[in-house]
Each structure stands twice: as C-alpha cells, then as structure tokens.
Write a protein that binds this ligand. Structure first.
Ligand code: 6PG
Length: 236
C-alpha cells in the first residue's frame, strides 16, 4: 500500500491526475483500452476535476461503476447522472464510453445484467474474474467502500462479482455494487479522501487495521494507493 499525503484538495486532485494518467498510459500501451471503475460521493468531485487534465486518448477509456444507486440517471442520487452532467461536458468523452446500470430491470436482475456487461467487456467466461485497470474508491464515515457496509453479508460474497443490495444504511437503500473478488482482482485501486472528518476512520482502517470494509481492499496482483490531504491523513 502506498500512502500519499498532500497538503490540500487541489493537490489531491493533482496527484489523482498523475496516478490515473500512469494507469491509463500503461493500459493503453498494453491493450489499447483503459477500463476504469468510478465511485460516487466526494471522490466524484475530485475525479471531475482530475480526469479533464489528463493527457491521454480518452476515446480508449471505458467507464464502469464500482457501485451505483438503483435510481434513474436523472435522479440527483445517480452516480452516472452526476458524471454525465459534471465530467462529460468538460471532455470529449462520449456517453457510449460509460456503462450504466439498467434500472428497468428488477434489482437482482439489474445486478446480474451488470455483471454480464462487465464480463462481456473483458470477453471472459464465467469462470474467470475480470481485471480492471483501475478502480477509484471512496470511504464512508463507517468505513464502507463501494456499497460494501460493515457487518454486511455482502462482505462474504465469493461468487457474484456484481451484487444487489436493498438495505444500504447510506441512502438510497437499493444499489448494485462490485464485490471483493472483483475489486481485489484489479490492477490498481485508489482511495482519494479529504477533510478532517475522514481522519479517524482512516486511522482505524489503515493504521489500526480494524475489520472494516475499506480495509478489505487489497488487490492480490495489484497495487493499493491512498491519496489524502493533510487533514484526512493526519494519523498516517
Ligand atoms: O455511491 C456511493 O455512495 C459511493 O460509492 C460510496 O462508497 C462513497 O464513495 C462513500 O460513501 C464515500 O463518500 P463520501 O466521500 O462522500 O463520504
């Protein structure tokens, strides 16, 4: 795990730009494609500033969601909806480069459909696990990440790569989420966090190693990078 503590939010954004750029260059050089997972919450704001600054062939990027709320994309809680209105207009990205969930399906089928879309993107069979180039993660005040919450049965999920959740303690309650087998098969996972409100949980998860969801992110063949401002990282 790399722990990068910088002075403030704008330096977090700058470092995000640099780290994402490295991942993108490596992926595009190797396979002419860059497959990335996006999260919601405050990391979304950092990414909407960081991604437009990256010197890369954005047409090679394909965006999935590490988790997504089970709401229409026009709903203010839709993570895709916010990226669509805040990020896309700042770039030459096409909406076809984003893979949103299909909420016309019932929740469980929506998750299964999304898992199929992930597998199709990587062109792999049901026995293999896709290897995302980069997953961008946030961490909630309870130590959750994606929509994997403390003491939730989803933390034990071993076969589903994308799972439904109907009892998220963070509203809205219905979501779909990547599970640990998919997350921990990524080449790189980056947490980006700012602010004093994160500091205590950062310490509990990444210093004290308490048994919390964000602490279970450990790419088995990849790297884990924390990018924090001085307030969020003051106990590191
Ligand atoms: O859609 C979501 O809710 C996110 O994916 C979620 O996992 C988020 O990253 C954390 O809740 C942190 O959010 P904040 O940084 O806003 O606290």
């Amino acid at each position: 795990m790399s722990k990068i503590v910088v002075n403030n939010e704008s330096e977090v954004t700058e470092r995000l730009t640099s780290e994402i750029s490295k991942c993108a260059k490596r992926a595009i050089d190797e396979r002419d494609a860059f497959r990335i997972g996006l999260s919601g919450g405050s990391v979304l704001n950092f990414l909407c500033k960081a991604i437009p600054k990256i010197q890369t062939d954005l047409s090679k990027w394909k965006f999935f969601f590490c988790d997504e709320r089970y709401v229409d994309e026009t709903h203010p809680e839709s993570t895709y909806g916010v990226y669509k209105t805040k990020l896309v207009p700042e770039t030459n990205l096409k909406l076809q480069q984003f893979v949103p969930i299909n909420i016309s399906l019932p929740l469980n089928e929506c998750a299964a459909d999304y898992e199929r879309k992930v597998r199709d993107e990587f062109g792999i069979s049901n026995s293999e696990i896709p290897e995302f180039d980069l997953l961008l993660l946030g961490m909630g005040p309870d130590g959750h990440t994606c929509s994997l919450f403390p003491n939730h049965a989803l933390l034990q999920e071993k076969s589903l790569l994308i799972a439904p959740i109907a009892d998220s303690p963070k509203p809205p309650p219905k979501r779909v989420t990547m599970t640990l087998p998919l997350i921990n098969n990524a080449k790189c996972c980056i947490f980006a966090m700012c602010g004093a409100s994160k500091a205590e949980m950062v310490k509990r998860v990444f210093v004290d190693k308490e048994d919390l969801p964000a602490g279970k992110i450990s790419p088995k063949n990849g790297e884990l990078i924390l990018i924090l401002d001085s307030e969020a990282g003051k106990y590191l």
